[in-house]
Design a binder for this molecule. Structure first.
Ligand SMILES: [Zn+2]
Length: 267
């Protein structure tokens, strides 16, 4: 007999149930998932398909995932992802299995953080915003993948702040608002003043900034890691909406110029 208690799993309540393999592949390092290794939805016999970015093709691709069987044991395992464009392109996700394969913990991946979002993709996503945004968004993803939750939110917050700052400058330059109107104002008030110049999603969810700030000052490392995916997706949604609006504006301007040229030649 021993009086030693089995170690208590402190993360037990935070373990998510794995619904799709994507969740595991794109999660931060040391994310833990509960799963049934016999569940054919998550672990189909012929391997699952995952949509993501291939750093070798520099394009979005479909990856075919495979793993050695049986999954229902303990210990390390490698999930191999094969690019369906070119079979020699590979990526790997490393996991540790516990409870006879009923708990999976992601321990790493190769190449680092680039399976889901490549540099080219980020460059095109942030084409209309500050030149540092794509790099810092990439750093946020990398920080999250390596388990630095608080750090990852700091990068997202900087991107958010830069977007607001740029919009204030533009609105002032266009003479639509005055610099003094923003002086001493909190972020929520600034967003309210700028609401005609910002993507709807941002205006409707202006509390994103409060969450990012809370992450830096009050939330625990684990809470930051848990919220990262929602927050990074929200930033992407904001930037995507903004891109659509900017692209439309550019097309309108180009068309106006063309129409004016027709008028000049006709008169
Ligand atoms: Zn590829």
């Amino acid at each position: 007999m021993t009086d030693k208690q089995p170690p208590k799993d402190e993360n037990a309540s935070k373990i998510e149930t794995l619904k799709t393999l994507d969740q595991l592949v794109f999660s931060a390092t040391y994310s833990a998932f509960r799963t049934d290794p016999k569940d054919q939805t998550v672990w189909p016999r012929d391997g699952g398909l995952i949509e993501g970015y291939c750093p070798s093709c520099k394009k979005n691709t479909t990856w075919r995932a495979s793993w050695p069987t049986p999954l229902a044991t303990n210990g390390p395992e490698t999930i191999t992802l094969r690019c369906r464009r070119i079979d020699s392109h590979r990526a790997y996700v490393f996991v540790v299995r516990k409870e006879r394969g009923h708990t999976f913990i992601k321990t790493g991946q190769f190449p680092a953080a680039s399976i889901s979002h490549g540099a080219e993709y980020l460059k095109s996503l942030f084409k209309h915003t500050h030149h540092s945004d794509a790099d810092e968004f990439g750093l946020a993803l990398r920080a999250a993948a390596e388990g630095y939750g608080i750090g990852s939110l700091v990068y997202l917050r900087r991107i958010f702040e830069r977007l607001i700052r740029t919009r204030i400058d533009e609105a002032v330059e266009q003479g639509e608002l005055k610099k003094e109107q923003f002086r001493g104002k909190g972020m929520r008030e600034k967003i309210n003043l700028l609401k005609d110049h910002l993507p709807d999603f941002l205006v409707e969810h202006s509390q994103i900034y409060a969450i990012l700030s809370k992450g830096m000052h009050e939330l625990t490392e684990e809470e930051c890691q848990r919220h990262f995916d929602t927050l990074q997706q929200s930033i992407r949604m904001i930037v995507e909406e903004d891109n659509e609006a900017r692209d439309r504006l550019e097309r309108r301007r180009a068309l106006s110029v063309s129409i004016r040229e027709i008028d000049t030649t006709k008169s």
